[in-house]
Design a protein. Structure first.
Length: 363
């Protein structure tokens, strides 16, 4: 496996923990689910995907999240433990081989449902060596106070990453007061802001900045439609300037090697490279256009997960675009639109990198 340069901030002296990596900022792909034509887990390709992300230089992986398909939790499917275990095994193998002083990979497990389910999923993740829980807010009937109580309960098991989920895939509006209260919870280490809404994104930034724990809570973009814009924007608050540390993104589940390079460029631009800043702003709409194709914006995100699968299928990492739900498939013209943006914006892609190492990852 190639040894990439991880897209994490330069290490301070001494050993770094996974939570240090998360705080510094990293590329964290939302890990897909590899299935065969019978919609059973394709273990070889599932492990190959994790190897791909690590070889690309991702600073972490998020497993059991929306991109992994929430249906893995259904008793008739029973894939939550296998997919969490698979990724943890590959990360452990990777970390064992890393050079002395290299940062560890952050292992993030998705958790959802009411408090008992979310706590049980966090306990499973903890038993497998995960570092943090991305806690879905999609809980029917729960008010903000209930969501905060659930966060406290899960936080007794593992550190928590708060999550602002867009309405189109089950999210809802959450007040600035909620986000400030969430940031005040000692176990909360980051917030993934993914409402796909500039107003709501700004509310989260201001609310976290107003918390007494503002310096302890990292901001992660989940706005796949505005990745460069989020990461390149300094936000002025009453407590000073805030940046998004990194991204935990379904978009970064594809073309990940290029995403790592992108975050490195963004850091250089933040450090004062004006020409690079202008070039990144020029490219920002191109990435948003590519995300519109992958996430199937034209059809209301219906083909979001199959779109991610289609990119990976075209590269040979997946055998097909199958999802657990047989009705979840590519929308008309979506594959062609994905191919078009990949050809139009080659800086976004990493086909040569995948081609060079695919056999090794599939071993």
């Amino acid at each position: 496996m190639p040894t990439p340069t991880p897209a994490a901030a330069p290490a301070a002296s001494g050993a770094r923990s996974a939570l240090d990596v998360l705080a510094a900022g990293a590329v964290v792909p939302a890990h897909p689910l590899a299935l065969d034509a019978d919609r059973r887990l394709d273990e070889r390709r599932q492990r190959a995907l994790t190897r791909y992300y690590l070889a690309s230089g991702a600073g972490g992986v998020a497993v059991g999240v929306h991109t992994t398909q929430f249906e893995i939790r259904e008793p008739s499917v029973g894939l939550l433990r296998p997919v969490l275990e698979s990724a943890a095994d590959i990360v452990r193998e990777h970390d064992a081989d890393r050079p002395a002083g290299a940062p560890p990979v952050v292992k993030v497990a998705g958790a959802c449902g009411y408090t008992n389910q979310a706590v049980a999923e966090a306990e499973l993740a903890a038993s497998l060596g995960y570092d943090a829980v991305l806690l879905s807010p999609a809980v029917p009937g729960a008010d903000e106070a209930g969501l905060l109580d659930r966060t406290r309960a899960v936080g007794e098991v593992l550190p928590v990453i708060g999550f602002y989920l867009q309405d189109a895939v089950g999210g809802r509006h959450l007040s600035p007061a909620y986000w400030r209260a969430l940031a005040d919870i000692p176990s909360v280490v980051a917030v993934k802001t993914a409402p796909f809404d500039r107003y709501r994104t700004a509310e989260v930034i201001a609310a976290v900045a107003a918390s007494d724990r503002a310096d302890e809570v990292a901001l992660y973009t989940g706005n796949d439609d505005a990745i460069i814009q989020d990461l390149l924007t300094p936000y002025r608050t009453a407590r000073g300037q805030r940046w998004f540390a990194g991204g935990l993104l379904g978009q970064w589940a594809v073309w990940t090697h290029a995403a790592v390079r992108l975050l490195q460029e963004i850091r250089a631009a933040r450090a004062g490279d004006h020409a690079l800043t202008v070039d990144l702003l020029r490219r920002a709409p191109q990435l948003s256009e590519a995300n519109a194709a992958v996430f199937d914006v034209r059809y209301g995100f219906r083909g979001c997960i199959p779109g991610v699968h289609e990119v990976l299928r075209a590269q040979g990492l997946l055998a097909g675009t199958w999802c657990l739900d047989a009705d979840e498939r590519l929308s008309p013209g979506q594959a062609e639109e994905i191919a078009r943006v990949a050809a139009a914006y080659p800086w976004l892609t990493d086909d040569d990198f995948v081609r060079e190492h695919l056999d090794d990852w599939l071993r």
